[in-house]
Each structure stands twice: as structure tokens, then as C-alpha cells.
Design a binder for this molecule. Structure first.
Ligand SMILES: Nc1nc2c(c(=O)[nH]1)N[C@H]1C(S)=C(S)[C@@H](COP(=O)(O)O)O[C@H]1N2
Ligand SMILES: [Mo]
Length: 384
């Protein structure tokens, strides 16, 4: 019986792999989405203003995430900026400091990139199950602007400051307590900042950046976790020392307890580049046929996605063409389920053969913090 079920399954897989074209289909009138049986927790009240607009995977039926379905994260306030009053300073170790208006920025050559933005807390917390989206971003090249400003010798980092601020307390409730006004900021090495894909972005999916996503201008650094993509940009500063603000050195730090040379060591690393990952997005039913649909993404193009149903074998899903170097890729697998509850897991494999880790593999199992949770995701579904 079990063997027969597996044979039926692998037959369906072979047929699915041959299908060409869009794996992540647009909504069709007679297609039904089966909601996951394991629904995420709701955002806890203290975080209600921090995390907003999470759209469940089941609702996503296009490769591009529409602006009104895009999640947003704000660690301080959510500034409303008057575009006429807005200015961007390019300052610090540059020969030609600049202060730009939005019109100045829009007068520079326009550049576009379609890239996937994922919060590094995605899948690390019970409510963060789809803090990810894919958009077509447009703006001016960061590298060109830095060339124009002429970075001075000795500069090692570029710091991107947002407009949003909030009180920070160090050594809270001790005699050493220090309070100060913190600003959201992140830094990059000059080499990373000079990547030609980076944008000073003012447009998202053909519309001005929504307020929640950084209006009027944000950094888009394709391939870097959400936190690096500073919104509500105010100042770009070149400096000759490392910047170690809260979102580089205290928060968004991944702590792992690892074995090195037979000894236990604790590594603390700042969240940076996105990791190889995939997620089952939804199960659909159309004309009596079930299909598992999902997305896969990573620092390098994804070469394959495999799906595991219950305790069955890992089987290859049909993978969409890679439409943009920095964007997720859709995949699907046709499925002939038996009635009852099933589990569905997926794993992405890159061109070098690296496999998205299982949750008990060392990179995930050794992790103490919830950031960078790129372990394999298992979802539950009930088939009537
Ligand atoms: N200025 C500013 N930029 C920010 C943040 C913030 O709180 N303030 N949050 C970061 C985090 S943690 C993430 S995951 C992304 C989310 O981008 P989005 O809100 O457009 O989805 O923005 C990043 N940029
Ligand atoms: Mo984030």
C-alpha cells in the first residue's frame, strides 16, 4: 500500500517536472486554495506597530508581491516625511559632500531591480512566517553617487542613517545606566556598497515608495537581509572606523555555540547576506488535482527544489526559470494525496550543491537567536 502510494507520487512528480511555464499561477476562478492547518500566531500586542501587513503565504498568487500586501517593519516610529522638505546628505570622508533633494535624485539615471526582501527574523518567531516579499524597485545607483562624491582614501565603511529615532538604554536599571537618542542605521563595507545592483530607491512596483516601506527614499541592497535595506534615508556617511550601532552590533546579531578544535566557542555575527531557503507557499485544488506551490531564494541562483511529503522520499519539484538574479523562484509539485493530515517540507539546493539545512543540522541547531532561520520549513495540511 505504502509502496503503491509512493509509485503514484513519483509518477505525478515526473509529469509535473515536464510541465513548462509559470509554476506560481495567477488566480484562476475555479482554483481553490487549501489553507494550512498550522496557522501562524498573531503578532503579539507590544510588536503591533513594529511588524505590520503580514500577508499569509496562501494569499500570494503572483511572483511580484503587490504593495498593499507587502509586510513592513519599523523598530522606532514610522515617520511621515514631506517630500519637499526631505534632503539626503552624502557626508563624512568624501571630497565632494552633497545634499540632494528628491528631484535631484530622480534626475539621475533610473535603474531597476526585481529583488526579494526577507526579514532575517522570518521563520524564527511563531508569528513571522511570511515576512518576505518580492518587488520591482527603481531608483538611482548608489555606486554612481559615491563615485560622484569621491570617497577619500582611508574610508572603510558607508553608514546609512534613517529618519526614525527612539530612546536607547544601556545597562538599564544599574548605576551605569546610559540613555541616548538612537537612530536606525546600518553600515556596509565600501566594496559591498559599490555593488552596482544597490539602489537609492524611490519607487516600488511602479508607484512611489509607500510610507511604510521608506518613503521617499530607501536603500535597496539586493541579496542582503531586510535590516540592511535602510528606509526613510536621511544621511549617507563615509567613515574610517567600524559602525557598531544597535542594528549592527547588539540587535540582529546571530549567536551560535559551535565546536572548534574540540572546544566550545560562541560566535556572534551581524546579520548580512540572505541565505539559501525555500518555503511551501500553499496547496491548491483545481479540476480535482492537487498542487503544492512554493518559493525558493538564496544568495546564488537556486538549482533545484525538493519536496518531502510525510515520511516519503525527497522528490524534485518543477522550478520556474530564474527571472531575476536577486528574486525568488517559484516551484510546484503535482500531488495525489490521500484524505487526512499530511506534512509538507521543502529544501532548496544551489548550483554548488549546497542544501538548505534541516532544522537539526549544525548551522540551525547551534543557533541561540532567532535571526537567519533558514532551516527547512514543514507545513501541515488537511485533505478532506
Ligand atoms: N529606517 C529604518 N529602516 C529599516 C527598518 C527600520 O526599522 N527603520 N527596519 C528594517 C528591517 S528589520 C526590515 S526586515 C526591512 C523591512 O522592509 P519593509 O518594511 O519595506 O518590508 O526594513 C529595514 N529597514
Ligand atoms: Mo527585519
Amino acid at each position: 500500500m505504502e509502496l503503491q502510494r509512493r509509485m503514484v507520487l513519483s509518477g505525478a512528480v515526473a509529469a509535473g517536472a515536464l510541465l513548462q511555464g509559470r509554476a506560481y499561477a495567477q488566480s484562476a476562478p475555479n482554483r481553490k486554495v487549501i489553507p494550512w492547518a498550522d496557522q501562524p500566531a498573531s503578532v503579539p500586542p507590544p510588536l503591533a506597530n513594529v511588524v505590520k501587513g503580514i500577508t499569509p503565504w496562501e494569499s500570494l498568487d503572483s511572483w511580484i508581491t503587490p504593495n498593499d500586501q507587502f509586510f513592513s517593519i519599523a523598530h522606532y516610529d514610522r515617520p511621515m516625511i514631506d517630500e519637499k522638505a526631505w534632503r539626503l546628505d552624502v557626508a563624512g570622508m568624501v571630497t565632494k559632500p552633497m545634499t540632494l533633494t528628491l528631484a535631484n535624485l530622480k534626475a539621475l539615471p533610473r535603474q531597476e531591480v526585481t529583488s526579494t526582501l526577507e526579514c532575517s527574523g522570518n521563520n524564527g518567531l511563531p508569528f513571522a512566517v511570511s515576512t518576505i516579499g518580492n518587488a520591482r524597485w527603481a531608483g538611482a545607483s548608489l555606486a554612481n553617487l559615491l563615485h560622484t562624491a569621491q570617497v577619500k582614501t582611508g574610508a572603510i565603511e558607508v553608514v546609512f542613517y534613517g529618519t526614525d529615532q527612539g530612546e536607547e538604554v544601556v545597562h538599564k536599571d544599574t548605576p551605569m545606566e546610559v540613555k541616548f537618542n538612537g537612530t536606525f542605521a546600518r553600515s556596509m563595507s565600501i566594496e559591498d556598497a559599490m555593488n552596482p545592483a544597490n539602489l537609492l530607491c524611490y519607487e516600488m512596483n511602479g508607484a512611489p515608495l509607500p510610507a511604510a516601506n521608506g518613503f521617499p527614499v530607501r536603500l535597496i541592497a539586493p541579496g542582503w537581509y531586510g535590516v540592511c535595506n535602510v528606509k526613510w534615508l536621511r544621511r549617507i556617511e563615509l567613515r574610517d572606523s567600524r559602525y557598531l550601532g544597535r542594528f549592527m552590533g547588539r540587535d540582529y546579531v546571530t549567536v551560535r555555540e559551535v565546536q572548534r578544535d574540540g572546544k566550545t566557542t560562541v560566535t556572534e555575527t551581524s546579520v548580512g547576506r540572505m541565505l539559501l531557503k525555500s518555503a511551501p507557499a500553499r496547496v491548491t485544488l483545481q479540476d480535482g488535482r492537487y498542487r503544492i506551490e512554493g518559493m525558493a531564494w538564496g544568495p546564488a541562483p537556486v538549482a533545484a527544489v525538493e519536496v518531502k511529503i510525510d515520511d516519503g522520499p525527497w522528490t524534485k519539484a518543477a522550478l520556474d526559470a530564474n527571472k531575476s538574479e536577486h528574486a525568488w523562484q517559484a516551484w510546484h509539485l503535482d500531488w495525489s494525496p490521500t484524505p487526512g493530515e499530511h506534512t509538507i517540507s521543502s529544501r532548496a539546493i544551489d548550483r554548488s550543491g549546497a542544501v538548505q539545512p534541516a532544522t537539526d543540522d549544525p548551522p540551525i541547531a547551534s543557533k541561540k537567536t532567532y535571526w537567519e532561520s533558514n532551516g527547512q520549513i514543514t507545513r501541515h495540511v488537511r485533505i478532506a
